[in-house]
Design a protein around this ligand. Structure first.
Ligand SMILES: Cc1ncc(COP(=O)(O)O)c(C=O)c1O
Length: 391
C-alpha cells in the first residue's frame, strides 16, 4: 500500500452530485435523459469555419496570456454595445479555458485560508470545491423560500469580518430564475457599503427570455471590487471549445492574469479565433436559440403545473426546478425512482447544495419530442406515486 499522502482538501472533495446520479444512466439506456446542461444546437457555422480556418492557417500556437487582443476588444465591444459598460481590453479582460477556469482563477486570486464566501443556494456545484481547495469556507444564503431571489436582508445578516466575497449567478443554474431589478438594487446597496468582492457569473445572460438582462457590472459603485465571469459555452453552444472570460478592474486583473497564466498559459488559439467570430458576426444567435428554449420552457412549465407541481416559472437559462416536497422522498430517492420506474432522468436538487433538497432539475436543452415523452412519463410516474401514497 502506497504511503504517500494526498492533499487533505483534494481528498475531501466529493464527486459532483450530478455525476453520482448520471453514472446510473448507463444502466437505463431507454430512459429519457433530461440531465444535461448544454445547448443541443450545433456551434454556428461561421464560428466553426473561423476555428477551422485558424487551424489551416497554422494559428495553433500560444497567444498572449490574456488572450488575443482582437478577442479582448471584441469582448469589450460586445458588453459595451449590449449592456453599456466598458472594460479596458489591454488590462481588464482575461480569456480563460471556459468560465470554469475563470471561476478557479478568480477564487485562487482572492481567497486565503479562513475566508468566507457567501453563495446564494441552491447553486451550480462547481464553486464550492474551488473555495474548499483554497481553504476558505462557504456560507449559504438560502433562496429556496424566496422564489430563488437572494434577500438583501439575509445577505447583510451573513456578512462577518471573515467575509471575502459573495457570488451571484443569474440567470441561474439550476433554477433558471433571473434576478429582479429591485432585488439587485437592494443587494447593491448592501454591498456598496462593504469591503467585499462581488463575483458575478452571468454565463446565461444571453439566454434571458423576459425583460432585459441587467449585469451587476453596470453598477458603477461596485466596479472596483467586482469580477464579471462569462463565456461562450451557453450563448453560442460552444461548451467543448472552452472559451470563457473574466472582466474586472485593472488593479485586480493583473493578479488574476498571473494565476491564469501559471495554470494554463492561455486559452486554445483556434477557439479564440472562433470566439471573435461568435462575438462579432453571430450576436443574433442566442436570440434564435431563445425562441426554441421559450417554446420548450412554456411546454414543460405547463405540463408541470398540470401535474400539480409547485414550480417557479424560469425566465432564463434552460433549466426548470419544480418542488417535489409533497412526495416525502429525498430528491436523490425521487430522481432514482423516476429513473428506474418512470424512465426519465433528471438531476436531484440536492446536487445543488442542501438548499436544493426537495427539488428536481429538469434541463430543457432537448428537442421537443423528447420533452413530450419525458413529461408524459413523468406524469404517469407522479400519478403512480400519488396513488401509492393514498393507499
Ligand atoms: C453557472 C455556470 N457557470 C459556469 C459554467 C461552466 O461553463 P464553461 O463550460 O464555460 O466552463 C456552467 C456550466 O454548466 C454553469 O452552469
Amino acid at each position: 500500500m502506497m504511503s504517500l499522502s494526498i492533499n487533505e482538501r483534494a481528498k475531501n472533495l466529493i464527486v459532483p452530485g450530478i455525476r453520482q446520479f448520471s453514472n446510473q444512466l448507463v444502466h437505463y439506456p431507454d430512459a429519457v435523459n433530461l440531465t444535461i446542461g448544454q445547448p443541443d444546437f450545433p456551434t454556428p457555422d461561421t464560428v466553426k469555419a473561423a476555428g477551422i480556418a485558424a487551424i489551416e492557417k497554422n494559428l495553433t500556437g500560444y497567444s498572449h496570456n490574456a488572450g488575443l487582443l482582437e478577442l479582448r476588444k471584441a469582448i469589450n465591444s460586445f458588453f459595451t454595445d449590449t449592456y453599456g459598460f466598458s472594460y479596458n481590453p489591454e488590462t481588464e479582460i482575461v480569456v480563460t479555458n471556459g468560465a470554469s477556469e475563470a471561476i478557479d482563477s478568480v477564487f485562487r486570486t482572492i481567497l486565503e485560508e479562513g475566508d468566507e464566501v457567501i453563495l446564494p443556494a441552491p447553486l451550480y456545484s462547481a464553486y464550492e470545491p474551488i473555495i474548499a481547495l483554497c481553504g476558505a469556507k462557504v456560507v449559504y444564503l438560502d433562496t429556496s423560500d424566496t422564489q430563488f431571489q437572494p434577500s438583501a436582508e439575509r445577505l447583510a445578516s451573513l456578512i462577518t469580518d471573515k467575509t471575502k466575497a459573495v457570488l451571484f449567478n443569474f440567470p441561474s443554474n439550476p433554477t433558471g430564475v433571473t434576478i429582479l431589478p429591485a432585488q439587485m438594487d437592494a443587494l447593491a446597496d448592501v454591498l456598496a457599503k462593504k469591503e467585499i468582492y462581488i463575483i458575478t457569473d452571468e454565463i446565461y445572460s444571453e439566454n434571458t427570455f423576459v425583460g432585459e438582462h441587467i449585469s451587476f457590472a453596470s453598477y458603477p459603485i461596485l466596479r472596483d471590487k467586482l469580477f464579471l465571469l462569462h463565456g461562450l459555452s451557453k450563448s453560442h453552444s460552444m461548451t467543448g471549445w472552452r472559451i470563457g472570460f473574466v472582466l474586472g478592474p485593472e488593479a485586480l486583473m493583473q493578479h488574476v492574469l498571473k494565476v491564469h497564466l501559471y495554470n494554463t498559459v492561455c486559452a486554445s488559439l483556434p477557439g479564440q479565433y472562433a470566439a471573435i467570430e461568435a462575438l462579432t458576426n453571430n450576436r443574433h444567435v442566442p436570440a434564435e436559440m431563445n425562441k426554441e428554449y421559450m417554446a420548450r420552457r412554456d411546454f414543460v412549465y405547463d405540463r408541470l403545473i398540470s401535474m400539480g407541481l409547485d414550480v417557479v416559472k424560469p425566465n432564463g437559462a434552460f433549466y426548470i426546478f419544480p418542488s417535489i416536497k409533497e412526495f416525502g422522498l429525498s430528491s436523490f430517492d425521487f430522481a432514482t425512482r423516476l429513473l428506474k420506474e418512470g424512465g426519465v432522468a433528471c438531476v436531484p436538487g440536492s446536487a445543488f447544495s442542501e438548499y436544493g433538497e426537495g427539488f428536481l432539475r429538469i434541463s430543457y436543452a432537448y428537442a421537443m419530442p423528447l420533452l413530450v415523452k419525458g413529461m408524459d412519463r413523468m406524469e404517469s410516474f407522479i400519478m403512480k406515486l400519488r396513488s401509492e401514497r393514498t393507499i
